[in-house]
Ligand binder design. Structure first.
Ligand code: FAD
Ligand code: NAI
Length: 471
């Protein structure tokens, strides 16, 4: 093994959290090494998460639209055929372009990139099992752990990524299954369920809670999403618990039961997607060698400056607290480096947007109505349906609405919830509004270009403190 000089910062994990921290640190003049075992940078997000899922979502949407949503627009198409292999290739091309881009940014900024699995040998030293064989020891004055997360398995159903799959298998199926059961109606279940439903699979989503989209989604918006996705052909069983499954036969059997207890029922499908959440990934890190523990959910415990109980070892991204989102990981990458370099940094956890990239998209920031109600604060709500928005009408894509929640006394915006085409882009304005402490009147009196979907955003704001013009 070769002994290395001590770097200012060593980062374990080259996902969004780790690679952003590495680039930021290099920009701040720190000598930095990033260790990644995948052989490719970008982590879950670029390789098997955000990016490939959006490639398939976009192209499966186009396919579905060409099949079902062209004639009344005056477009007549002939034979439409799915070439799944090419759709997968297009996805792979997007992924490869972006991961190579990150590698280029490492070179440009002078980040040392070590390909292999990192294991702590002591508080300043990491042994790397190199992908190409051999070992290397890396020493860091400061260390950031950014090892991410993995799919939570379902007990009794062994994942083979062909028939019993996680999101990773769902991004790479070689043929369109005739039927699919999705365990868990959260974001992964609905996004990947949408992809395969559009390509022709009969998709049934089984969700334990009374609503789809996870508990963060506003209940009214979730109900609307469920109705629209059902219209598109997806089936839902909410308030339903998956008890177990059996993949030994031709078809996979899934036993379900009402969440509150009741009669058991068995569903059958060709493929089962397990999407019941993700859990922090810290296996192989050698935490025991430095006396670091995880909590009962597998998360590494940190303080408000991302420090573990060993102050020069920090943790960011999916393997610690907070929402498992790429942009959250990215903010933490920047803030953690600022703490190291300058002694201060900041992430506003109250202003992290969430987006579900189905069609229509669902996006939100801040508190949902259930949360505001529970907090006891008096509030006003303003809504505006896209069916009253000129651009949505010309696009013939009018499903959904904007819903704004503001403090009844101060008019300060508490939460913004959008379901509609382009919601994921529009929520940036809502995030900025919350970041700046805007009132609904601030937005309602701001000019928005006509005709755009974002006029619905302005009018929802107007409806919060007064009245919308067009509805
Ligand atoms: P990761 O991206 O998981 O990166 C951690 C890296 O560390 C991995 O590459 C791993 O190989 C490496 N590693 C682990 N242990 C070691 C070790 N000992 N030595 C060396 N390297 C190691 N989020 C969004 O915001 N928007 C989306 O649209 C979105 N879509 C998603 C779709 C899917 C299907 C999935 C699964 C996730 C999606 N996410 C999305 C979540 C997003 O991918 C994660 O929040 C994000 O990747 C977290 O970044 P991270 O750097 O913390 O972890
Ligand atoms: P999730 O936590 O969003 O949803 C899991 C769902 O499964 C929950 O609604 C839960 O009630 C349900 N569930 C759990 N056990 C069940 C059972 N036995 N029977 C029936 N239902 C059950 O997790 P998901 O969808 O796996 O996603 C993991 C993470 O990945 C999320 O935290 C999300 O942040 C991230 N992600 C983000 C995306 C985005 O930002 N667009 C896209 C995909 C993933």
């Amino acid at each position: 093994a070769t002994e290395a000089e001590e770097k200012d910062l060593v980062i374990i994990g080259g996902g969004v959290a780790g690679y952003v921290a590495a680039i930021k640190a290099a920009q701040e003049g720190l000598k930095v090494t990033c260790i990644e075992k995948r052989g490719v940078l970008g982590g879950t997000c670029l390789n098997v998460g955000c990016i490939p899922s959006k490639a398939l979502l976009n192209n499966s949407y186009l396919y579905h639209q060409i099949l079902h949503d062209t004639k009344h627009r005056g477009i007549e198409v002939g034979d439409v055929k799915l070439n799944l292999e090419q759709m997968m290739k297009a996805k792979d091309t997007s992924v490869a372009g972006l991961t190579k881009g990150v590698e280029f940014l490492f070179k440009k900024n002078g980040v040392e990139y070590v390909k292999g699995t990192g294991t702590f040998t002591n508080e300043h030293e990491i042994k790397v099992n190199l992908i190409d064989g051999g070992e290397q020891t890396v020493r860091g004055k400061n260390i950031i752990i950014a090892t991410g997360s993995e799919a939570t398995p379902f007990p009794g159903l062994e994942i083979d990524e062909k028939r019993v799959i996680t999101s990773t298998g769902a991004l790479a199926l070689e043929k369109v299954p005739e039927s699919m059961i999705v365990i868990g109606g959260g974001i992964i279940g609905l996004e990947m369920g949408s992809v395969w439903s559009r390509l022709g699979t009969k998709v049934t989503v089984v969700e334990f809670l009374g609503q789809i989209g996870g508990p963060g989604m506003d209940a009214e918006i979730s109900k609307s999403a469920q109705k629209i996705l059902k219209k598109q052909g997806m089936d839902f069983k909410v308030n339903t618990k998956v008890m177990g499954g059996d993949a030994s036969g031709d078809k996979i059997k899934i036993n379900i039961e009402a969440a509150k207890g009741g009669k058991e029922e068995t569903l059958n499908a060709e493929v089962v997607l397990v999407a019941i959440g993700r859990r922090p990934y810290t296996a192989g890190l050698g935490l025991e060698n430095i006396g670091l523990d995880t909590d009962d959910k597998g998360r590494l415990v940190i303080d408000s400056e991302y420090r573990t109980k060993i102050p020069h070892i920090r943790v960011i991204g999916d393997c610690t607290f907070g929402p498992m989102l790429a942009h959250k990981a990215e903010e933490e990458g920047v803030a953690a480096v600022e703490f190291i370099k300058k002694g201060y940094g900041h992430v506003n956890y109250g202003a992290i947007p969430s987006v579900m990239y189905t069609h229509p998209e669902v996006a939100w920031v801040g508190q949902n109505e259930q949360e505001v109600k529970a907090s006891g604060v008096k509030y006003n709500i303003g809504t505006f349906p896209f069916s009253a928005n000129s651009r949505a009408k010309t696009n013939m894509d009018t499903d959904g609405m904007v819903k704004m929640i503001a403090d009844a006394e101060t008019d300060r915006i508490l939460g913004i919830h959008i379901i509609g085409a382009g919601a994921g882009e529009m929520i940036a304005e809502g995030t900025l509004a919350i970041e700046y402490g805007a009132s609904s009147e601030d937005i309602g009196r701001t000019s928005h270009a006509h005709p755009t979907l974002s006029e619905a955003f302005k009018e929802a704001a107007m409806a919060t403190y007064g009245k919308a013009i067009h509805f």
